[in-house]
Structures are given as structure tokens and as C-alpha cells.
Design a protein around this ligand. Structure first.
Ligand SMILES: Nc1nc2c(ncn2[C@@H]2O[C@H](COP(=O)(O)OP(=O)(O)O)[C@@H](O)[C@H]2O)c(=O)[nH]1
Ligand SMILES: [Mg+2]
Length: 454
């Protein structure tokens, strides 16, 4: 996701980190680099210009050239501006006073409307709602069947009939009321490019069902066309939010990022794979920090909560950030991670996670020696690894069938990780309910580069 942008910013910040003060020409140089980074990531030219102008204003306002720690300041400014281009705040769904809350899905053919209708239905279900899907794409017979198949997978009913799209949508609304379903999601037909017939049809559906939310599904791989497509749909439909699909397939995604700036509507959801659970609410602030390499502790914790038992995850996350993370926790997390499969999703969001590790998998073989070592430690040793001296190391190595070298490595990695967690904990969030914007940990955290499961 947005790898190009991420890589470029990483380079820019790295060069800045060594600098004490920035001269005005240094600042101009940084701005030029930021502009190039945006263009390279396929951000629309006009959008890139506006963004850089806003960063320049903020930099002047912050008297950047006189600041003592300019790299932190630049990161702060860029982070704020990036959050802004990504939509500012997370779109908060409010439900209609008189159900159902009606959602209309629009977009070009192949953008992912049908898939994301189902993903959205699944999401609403997770919010305790009871959605009804409506198949109003009658252009191809297979389209309704596709929606029905998806509906079965998530146990959400699908309404359709062989009439015309406007009638189907209207009847679908009546059906939702009759069945007491409180969210209605209407999937529509798309064309390969903007054409007046398609626009006309979706406009008529829009008038007939008066949606509370109209989402435009945009394929992140569309490139520069995305901006024109968004403008055209917005003119006809008054889009409320964008669902950015296929984010898994695109390294650049900048065109899609330009959409918010052009139509003034946020990215509401992101779809990151063909599977129905590869879908999440889009949090601009978190995505900005992720792009800037600050990781995304909040999404991380949320995902962990879903996969782990909620209480133990919350507790572990809190202990982690408070720096009270023990080797027992470490082992437990590894085991949980193994259950979760590839670590790209979760650990990939951690600040300082080296690229080679993203997508890596923790296997039993990787975990066995780690487990054996930790199991051979006493409770005190697990809680305070700093007491593990030479003779303890020899004992643990013998007990676990490993070598002293392996023990050294694990203890070192763990202490690096603990240090990093402590540092991040101080900077990312205070107590529960007081979550602040993540800040860049100083320097490059070393611990993860040599995790035992490489
Ligand atoms: N990799 C990936 N594929 C997706 C994603 N969303 C949709 N697709 C695929 O894109 C294709 C078109 O999706 P579909 O929902 O039928 O698009 P529609 O024509 O707009 O209804 C299908 O093969 C989907 O499985 C995504 O986030 N990632
Ligand atoms: Mg479709």
C-alpha cells in the first residue's frame, strides 16, 4: 500500500535527520523532494502543487528554518498535510432515524462494487446491523448471481428480480422495511468508462431511493483517470465517500489519493484483497503515519483485538507500550502471530519493521527454539531478563537444547524490542482513551531487524 510514497518519504526524512538547522534553501530543497515524491506516486499534478504550497505555508509558519530539530518538525507538518489529503477525519457513519439506512454503490465496471457491497454488508454486520443487499446490476445475469454467492458467504440476504434497475432498487427498499433490515446496500451496474447512459441509470436509482450514503468505488490501480471519474460521478450523484479498492495490488495509489482533494469527500473504506475480510474503515491519520513510516499502532492494536482474545490483547498492548512487556508476553505474541498467518498485515504496520520481514511467516520451526529457551527460564528470568548472567545462560542453553549464542541473541533482541516499545509508548499514547498522534521514534529501532523468526 502506497509503497512508493513511503519509500520516498523515508529517504527524505533520513537525509533530514542528520541536519541541525535548515537554511531557507534546504527547506526549498525538501519541498522539491516532497513534490517529486508525490508525483512519482502518481498524485495528480495540481493536487501535488496545492499540497506542497500548504506544506510551505506551514513550514514558514513554524519558522522551520530556525528550528533546532527540523526533521521532527517537517515530519509533523507533512503528517498533518498527508492526513488532510487522505480525508482528514475518519468518516463516521450515522444511521437513519427511520431505518433502513440506504447506501448506494457507484463506480466503473470492475472497480469492485459488487465485492465491496458484500464487504460493506459484512462490516455493517460487525457493527451489529442487519443489512439487506440489493442486486440492481441487471446488465449481466452473472452480476446478481455473484452478489448472491457473496451474500451466502456472509449470511446476508440478497434481493433482486428481473425487472429494471430502478424498480429493483425501489422494491429492495420496500423489502428491507418489510423484513426489518436496518441497512440497505444497493449494488449497481458500471461501465468501462463514464457514459451518459450509465450515469443516467444511477441518477434515476439515486432519485428513487434517496440514499443516506453514496459511495464511489475506485480501483486504486486506475491511475490518473481516477480524478476524472470521481469528478464525473460527483457531479451526478453527490458522493459521500470513496471506497478505495485493490489497495493490495498497487504500489503507488497516488491518483486515488488525489480524489479527496478534487471532490472534497473522504476515503471511507479501504479494500485490500479479494477475500471478504480484507476491508477496513479508512483512518486518514493512521494511514498518513503508516505512509510516513511511523507505523500504525492503533490499527495494529485493533487488528490484534480481533484476532486475539480482546482482553488479553488489550492488556498486552498496554503493557507493551508501558514497557512492561515480559518474555512470557513475547512468547505469547509470537504464538498468536503464528496463528494469524503472514505477518505482513500486522507487524508490517510497526514502525521500523524492515521490508524483508513484511510478508514473512512465522513457522513452527522458527518458534520452537524461542519457545524452548523461554520455557527453560525461571519466572524471574522471564520478567527481568537483565539478570540472565553467564552461568544462567549456560543452564538455559543446556535445558533448551540450544546454544549460548542463541540465548544471547534472543535476550538482546528482546531488550531492543522492549526499549523500542517503551519509547513508542511514551510518544504514541498515554493511558487508554487518551490516544495521541503517533510520533516518530528517534533513530531506527534495531530490535526487529533480527527477530528470531527470520
Ligand atoms: N486484489 C483485489 N481484488 C479485488 C478487490 N476488490 C475487488 N477485487 C476483484 O476485482 C474484480 C472486480 O470486482 P467486482 O466487485 O466484480 O467489480 P464491479 O464490476 O465493480 O462489481 C473481482 O475479481 C474482485 O474479486 C481488492 O480489494 N483486491
Ligand atoms: Mg458488479
Amino acid at each position: 500500500m502506497f509503497d512508493t510514497l513511503s519509500d520516498r518519504f523515508e529517504g527524505i526524512f533520513k537525509r533530514l535527520r542528520g541536519k541541525g538547522r535548515l537554511t531557507e534553501s534546504d527547506v526549498e530543497e525538501v519541498l522539491r523532494e516532497i513534490r517529486n515524491a508525490l508525483l512519482e506516486a502518481d498524485v495528480n499534478v495540481d493536487v501535488a502543487r496545492t499540497v506542497v504550497a500548504r506544506i510551505r505555508d506551514a513550514a514558514i509558519g513554524a519558522k522551520l528554518s530556525q528550528a533546532l530539530d527540523p526533521s521532527q518538525q517537517v515530519i509533523k507538518i507533512v503528517n498533518a498535510e498527508l492526513t488532510n489529503i487522505l480525508g482528514g477525519q475518519t468518516l463516521k457513519i450515522t444511521y437513519a432515524g427511520r431505518p433502513p439506512t440506504v447506501v448506494l454503490m457507484a463506480g466503473l465496471q470492475g472497480s469492485g462494487k459488487t465485492t465491496n457491497s458484500a464487504k460493506l454488508a459484512r462490516w455493517f454486520k460487525s457493527q451489529g446491523r442487519q443489512p439487506l443487499l440489493v442486486g440492481a446490476d441487471l446488465q449481466r445475469p452473472a452480476a446478481v448471481e455473484q452478489l448472491r454467492t457473496l451474500g451466502r458467504q456472509i449470511d446476508v440476504p440478497v434481493f433482486s428480480e428481473a425487472s429494471d434497475p430502478v424498480t429493483v432498487a425501489t422494491r429492495g427498499l420496500a423489502e428491507a422495511r418489510r423484513l426489518g433490515r436496518d441497512v440497505l446496500i444497493v449494488d449497481t451496474a458500471g461501465r468501462l468508462a463514464i457514459d451518459s447512459e450509465m450515469m443516467n441509470q444511477v441518477r434515476l436509482i439515486n432519485e428513487a431511493i434517496q440514499p443516506d450514503y453514496t459511495f464511489l468505488v475506485i480501483d486504486a490501480m486506475t491511475g490518473q483517470d481516477a480524478v476524472g471519474v470521481a469528478e464525473a460521478f460527483h457531479e451526478t450523484l453527490a458522493i459521500d465517500g470513496v471506497i478505495l479498492s485493490k489497495l493490495d495490488g498497487d504500489a503507488r495509489g497516488g491518483a486515488a489519493l488525489s480524489v479527496k482533494e478534487v471532490i472534497g469527500r473522504p476515503i471511507a473504506f479501504a479494500s485490500t484483497g479479494e477475500k471478504l475480510d480484507a476491508f477496513e474503515q479508512f483512518h486518514p491519520d493512521r494511514m498518513a503515519s503508516r505512509i510516513l513510516g511511523m507505523g500504525d499502532m492503533l490499527t495494529l492494536i485493533e487488528q490484534a483485538e480481533q484476532a486475539f482474545e480482546k482482553d488479553s490483547a488489550e492488556e498486552a498492548a498496554e503493557r507493551m507500550l508501558a514497557g512492561e512487556f515480559t518474555l512470557d508476553d513475547f512468547l505469547e505474541q509470537m504464538q498468536q502471530l503464528k496463528k494469524m498467518g503472514p505477518i505482513s498485515g500486522l507487524l508490517g504496520m510497526m514502525p521500523g519493521m524492515p521490508k524483508e520481514l513484511k510478508g514473512a511467516k512465522i513457522s513452527d520451526d522458527d518458534l520452537k527454539p524461542v519457545e524452548a529457551i523461554i520455557r527453560s527460564m525461571t519466572v524471574q528470568e522471564r520478567h527481568r531478563p537483565e539478570i540472565i548472567n553467564g552461568s544462567r545462560r549456560t543452564r538455559i542453553a543446556a535445558g533448551s537444547g540450544t546454544s549460548v549464542g542463541e540465548i544471547n541473541r534472543l535476550v538482546k533482541q528482546f531488550s531492543e524490542m522492549q526499549k523500542m516499545m517503551k519509547r513508542m509508548g511514551g510518544m504514541t499514547m498515554g493511558k487508554k482513551g487518551n490516544r495521541k498522534m503517533p510520533m516518530m521514534p528517534r533513530g531506527q529501532p534495531a530490535g526487529f531487524a533480527e527477530m528470531p523468526f527470520r
